[in-house]
Design a protein around this ligand. Structure first.
Ligand code: FES
Length: 213
C-alpha cells in the first residue's frame, strides 16, 4: 500500500504481519525460557513479552507475545529472525540492537509507527538482563553510556532524549512530563529543546522513516 497518508508499509512489514514468526504458542512453563523481558502494559494497549533460550551466550531461540499493533507485530517478528538466525546471535550483539536496526530489516516504517519498533528491542534487553539475574550474574555487556549529559539535575543524556523521541515524545512539553527535565534549576532547557528538535527532525520530518535515506 502506498499513498500520501503516511500509511506506507513495505513488503517485509506486510509479510511479517500476515505471517509472524516465532510467536509463543505454548505456555511459558512448557517453553522453559532462560530469560523473560516484559515492557509496556496491557492497560496502555501496548505490551511486549520476549522469551529467550541461551546456550554458550548465544540466543538460539526466541519467542514473543504482544498486545501491540501491526507494526509492533512485524517489528518483533523481524527481530526474532535477526536474533536466532545462524545458530543464534551472541548476547553481547543482541543487547546492542537498536530500533533503527529493526526498521532497516523491515525497509522502513511510517514515522508515527516508529515507537512500535522500540518495544521489541527494549523487551529483548530486559530478557537478557533477566537471563543474567536468574544466574546471579552481573550483565557484563551493559555498557555505561558515553552519551553527553543534557540535564545535570536529573542525569538525562542525549541518548535518553533520543529514546523518548522514538517512544513518541515529539515536543519538549511531553519530554518534560515524562522525564522532569528542566524542572529543577532549569539551566538545561535551551539545550534540551535543541536536542529534542534535532531528533524530532531526524525521525519525523517525513511521513515515512527510512534509516537508509
Ligand atoms: S540541569 Fe536540568 S533541571 Fe537543572
Amino acid at each position: 500500500m502506498n499513498n500520501d497518508s503516511g500509511w506506507v508499509y513495505t513488503e517485509q512489514v506486510k509479510q511479517h504481519f500476515l505471517n509472524p514468526k516465532n510467536i509463543l504458542t505454548i505456555s511459558e512453563e512448557e517453553y522453559k525460557p532462560d530469560g523473560v523481558g516484559i515492557v509496556g502494559s496491557p492497560a496502555c494497549g501496548d505490551m511486549m513479552m520476549i522469551f529467550i533460550k541461551v546456550k554458550d551466550e548465544r540466543i538460539y531461540d526466541m519467542k514473543w507475545k504482544t498486545y501491540g499493533c501491526a507494526s509492533a507485530i512485524a517489528s518483533t517478528s523481524a527481530l526474532s529472525e535477526m536474533v536466532t538466525k545462524n545458530g543464534g546471535m551472541h548476547i553481547k550483539e543482541a543487547y546492542k540492537i537498536t530500533p533503527e536496526d529493526i526498521i532497516k530489516e523491515l525497509g522502513q516504517l511510517p514515522s508515527h509507527k516508529i515507537h512500535c519498533s522500540v518495544l521489541g528491542d527494549k523487551a529483548l534487553r530486559a530478557a537478557i538482563e533477566d537471563y543474567f539475574k536468574r544466574r546471579n550474574e552481573q550483565n557484563p555487556y551493559r555498557e555505561k553510556t558515553s552519551s553527553p549529559i543534557v540535564c545535570e539535575c536529573f542525569q538525562i543524556t542525549e541518548e535518553d532524549i533520543k529514546m523518548e523521541v522514538l517512544e513518541g515524545a515529539t515536543n519538549f512539553e511531553t519530554l518534560q512530563e515524562r522525564t522532569k527535565i528542566g524542572t529543577n534549576c532549569g539551566k538545561c532547557i535551551p539545550k534540551a529543546k535543541e536536542v529534542i528538535n534535532k531528533f524530532v527532525e531526524q525521525y519525523y520530518k517525513d511521513k515515512v522513516y527510512n534509516p537508509k535515506s
